[in-house]
Design a protein around this ligand. Structure first.
Ligand code: ACO
Length: 329
């Protein structure tokens, strides 16, 4: 069977209700609201409540994406969920989404861990799974970073937030994925140990065992990597699609830091009006960042049929990746 044109048919997003402002953070750690906004662009972020988790946030975003796509859950063949902050190491959160959508036993659902690039990795993989047979996939990014944050570490706790975004991928008449790639190389400047690490051993006294898992980051080193990853992503994707950077109509870049978005736009010779920004409201939501931004960009009317839309991710691993879409169903 000939491969079909595959595109994003619908988007959805969910963010928790609870807002944590920079001013509230001033009372928690030694920081200032002004420092946070000047160095990162972030003004506030959302924090998952006790009843919320990776699967509940992902399910809410997924229901909206399915409704916007006009696709029934029963039409799905795959659910792929990118996350770095699973509630359980196993079972996969994707299977809890599958169950919530009433699809028990009807398809394969699995999680994927690729830092903040989890959604881009999942999208890249999903296209290759559904294209040959014209099937449908639900692709999700969902992260509750607040649960892996050391709230005494001002160099990380001001940057992250919680949320989920989802898209439905499937056969399209008008839209298509023009090009995509994923890449990785080992970079230990951003990492999170698990409670099940080498310090937990029957040969060590219990009091030396690590008890909490926190993310740790060398911000300036990650900043340098991120800028390089954005530039490399633009260079590589325009080469793959054989277009010029000036032909890009709209950019959705992982919301890691406003200054990274600016540098990327400058390199692509794209004015900032063509770069979606919501970091001021949500901070860095890891794997959820790109699909939340894409959903809001679509809802706000920034993207129209036929536009060349570039999605760029970068994150822990290090990982990076991009997808170029010609927008349309
Ligand atoms: N409040 C006040 N001061 C602070 C804070 C804070 N929250 N955090 C750090 N500082 C201080 C530092 O201690 C330092 O002080 P010093 O000069 O006396 O030592 C000073 O501010 C400057 O610190 P830098 O880390 O050099 O500040 P920088 O301008 O690089 O900004 C930041 C830091 C915002 C973290 C930036 O490096 C960054 O955004 N990095 C990338 C983060 C990112 O995008 N991650 C994406 C991947 S995430 C993922 O994959 C899960």
């Amino acid at each position: 069977m000939a491969a079909k044109n595959i595109s994003i048919l619908g988007t959805g997003a969910y963010v928790p209700e609870a807002v944590l402002t920079n001013e509230q953070l001033e009372k928690i750690v030694n920081t200032s609201a002004q420092w946070i906004v000047e160095r990162s662009g972030i003004q506030e972020r959302r924090i998952a409540g006790p009843e919320e988790n990776i699967a509940t946030m992902a399910t809410a975003a997924s229901r909206q994406a399915l409704a916007n796509a006009g696709v029934e859950p029963s039409q799905l063949s795959y659910i792929i969920l990118g996350t770095n902050s699973p509630d359980y190491l196993y079972p996969a959160a994707a299977i809890r989404v599958q169950e919530a959508l009433g699809l028990s036993g009807q398809l394969g659902a699995f999680d994927l861990q690729a830092g903040c690039s989890g959604f881009s990795y999942a999208l890249h993989l999903a296209e290759r799974l559904v294209a040959p047979e014209g099937k449908y996939a639900l692709v999700i990014g969902s992260d509750a970073n607040s649960r892996f944050t050391d709230w005494t570490d001002r160099s990380t706790c001001v940057l992250f937030g919680d949320g989920a975004g989802a898209v439905v991928l499937g056969p399209a008449q008008k839209g298509r994925i023009m090009a995509s790639f994923i890449a990785s190389s080992l970079n230990m400047n951003l990492y999170c140990t698990t409670e099940f690490n080498a310090e937990v051993s029957p040969f060590l006294p219990p009091q030396t065992h690590a008890t909490r898992s926190f993310l740790r980051m060398d911000g300036p080193e990650i900043f340098k990597f991120a800028v390089k990853a954005v530039k490399e992503s633009i260079r590589r994707i325009v080469e793959l699609a054989q277009i010029k950077p000036e032909e890009l109509d709209f950019l959705i870049i992982h919301q890691g830091n406003y200054r990274i978005l600016e540098t990327g736009a400058k390199f692509a010779k794209v004015p900032m009006e063509k770069v979606f920004v919501n970091i001021h409201r949500y901070g860095n939501t890891s794997a959820a960042s790109v699909p939340i931004a894409l959903h809001e960009a679509v809802e706000e009317g920034h993207i129209k049929e036929g536009d060349k839309v570039l999605l760029i991710s970068f994150g822990a691993g290090a990982t990076w990746g991009a997808t170029l879409l010609e927008w349309g169903k």
